[in-house]
Design a protein around this ligand. Structure first.
Ligand code: FAD
Ligand code: DHB
Length: 389
């Protein structure tokens, strides 16, 4: 039987970042990941980092490449009714966001963990968590054999479909959920971005988002039906639809090209309470999901990791459990604010039905935003990330 201080289930950004930060505090961990290393490295997901996430990556000593390759964005545009309004993040809050792909973060973290000789077990199947009330054990299948890992704590960093949350009795937790009647169809293409900054566009045909990964790589999203099929969206149809949903100046800036990746993601809000069950802590998407509008998911995950690694460091340094005890409450406050912002941003930018009243309300809200510094400041401070308290 193996032994470690913290067993981390999941090698997404939460699990990798937690193991790296714990390592720098002299705390030992083992990361167990269901998929292969290549599969984890290839997933195209988040792209926008709040300053707090950037700071945490620097603390984790994995920020060097990010600092040289990221694009710093001082603002973004909101398109609606043929207009375009700039949200001046820098001017309104003093802050800015960084464009740097989740794939790159995962790569930087995996490289750093590998270089430190970390214990990372990929393709660990049938992971099962037991004994979370006293002496946790994580069992898994690898190479045709069942392995057991004893630990002091388990960090459930295994995403929304993971096993950790499911190993807690239903009656010990409360789940809050909201589904949205649409998804996002995303593509990645090696073409220059339509504009220098991101554009979130409300259009009567549905929402569209222009994002990027670098000056030569663009990421675009279109609101789509929940059960849309990728084969119904050849590249030409995607580009045509994108241009129809953007303000004219942005549409003129779109360069078309073959897609490198195309995928559909459903939108949902989900929160579990609490985040701690004895010696099991849920972290990141395992504990909460937000619709992607506003780019909060990865940033929230990083926020949880920050609170948990500090609590574990304090515990191993002093034996005190006070920070472990406040983990859930502290994270949930921030989580619910991000759930609110992501829900709001989704509500004002997406097409919900053929209800013209609703569409007029959205336009009125965006029109109000365009003319109110107070309203824009509220959007900007949520977008760059609320402070940690
Ligand atoms: P995950 O990345 O889901 O990682 C969980 C890991 O656990 C996976 O590697 C999985 O294979 C593994 N796992 C699952 N089950 C098991 C098991 N039983 N045993 C072992 N391992 C297991 N967020 C932002 O902040 N900004 C953005 O711009 C943004 N854009 C997004 C765009 C899209 C289209 C999508 C889908 C998401 C976006 N997000 C964004 C959200 C962001 O990608 C997630 O919040 C982030 O990946 C969460 O990281 P995580 O490590 O908690 O979970
Ligand atoms: C991206 C994703 C988002 O959800 C968002 O709000 C902004 C950008 C992206 O993948 O680039």
């Amino acid at each position: 039987m193996g032994r470690t201080q913290v067993a981390i289930v999941g090698a997404g950004p939460s699990g990798l970042l937690l193991s790296q930060l714990l390592h720098l505090q002299g705390i030992d961990s083992v990361v167990l990941e269901r998929s292969s290393r290549e599969h984890v490295a290839g997933r195209i997901r988040a792209g926008i980092l709040e300053p707090g996430t950037v700071d945490l990556l620097l603390q984790a000593k994995v920020g060097e490449r990010m600092l040289s390759e990221r694009l710093v964005h001082d603002g973004f545009a909101l398109g609606f009714a043929g207009r375009s309004v700039r949200v001046d993040l820098k001017g309104l809050t003093g802050g800015a966001v960084s464009v740097y792909g989740q794939t790159e973060i995962t790569k930087d973290l995996t490289d750093a963990r590998m270089a430190a000789g970390a214990a990372m077990i990929f393709e660990a199947r049938e992971v099962a968590v037991e004994g979370i009330d006293s002496r946790p054990t994580v069992r898994y299948l690898q190479g045709g054999r069942v392995h057991e890992l004893r630990c002091d704590f388990v960090a459930g960093c295994d995403g929304y479909h993971g096993v950790c949350r499911q190993s807690v009795p239903r009656e010990s937790m409360q789940c809050f959920e909201r589904g949205y009647p649409f998804g996002w169809l995303g593509i990645l293409a090696d073409v220059p971005p339509a504009a220098q900054e991101l554009i979130y566009s409300n259009h009567e045909r549905g929402f569209a988002l222009c994002s990027m990964r670098s000056p030569t790589r663009s990421r675009y999203y279109l609101q789509c039906e929940l059960h849309e099929k990728l084969e119904h969206w050849p590249d030409e149809r995607f580009w045509d639809e994108l241009r129809r949903r953007l303000p004219a100046s942005a549409a003129a800036g779109v360069t078309c090209g073959p897609s490198l990746e195309k995928s559909i993601a459903p939108l949902r809000s989900f929160v579990v309470e609490p985040l701690r069950f004895g010696r099991l802590f849920l972290v990141g998407d395992a504990a909460h999901i937000v619709p992607p509008t506003g780019a909060k998911g990865l940033n929230l995950a990083a926020g949880d990791v920050r609170v948990l690694y500090q609590a574990l460091a304090e515990y191993y340094r002093t034996g005190r459990e006070n920070l472990l005890e406040s983990y859930s409450e502290k994270c949930l406050r921030r989580i619910w604010r991000a759930v609110r912002f992501s829900w709001w941003f989704t509500s004002v930018t997406h097409r919900f039905s053929d209800d013209p009243f609703n569409h007029r309300l959205q336009l009125a809200e965006l029109d109000y935003l365009a003319e109110s510094t107070a309203a824009l400041t509220s959007v900007a401070e949520n977008y760059v990330g609320l402070p940690f308290k």
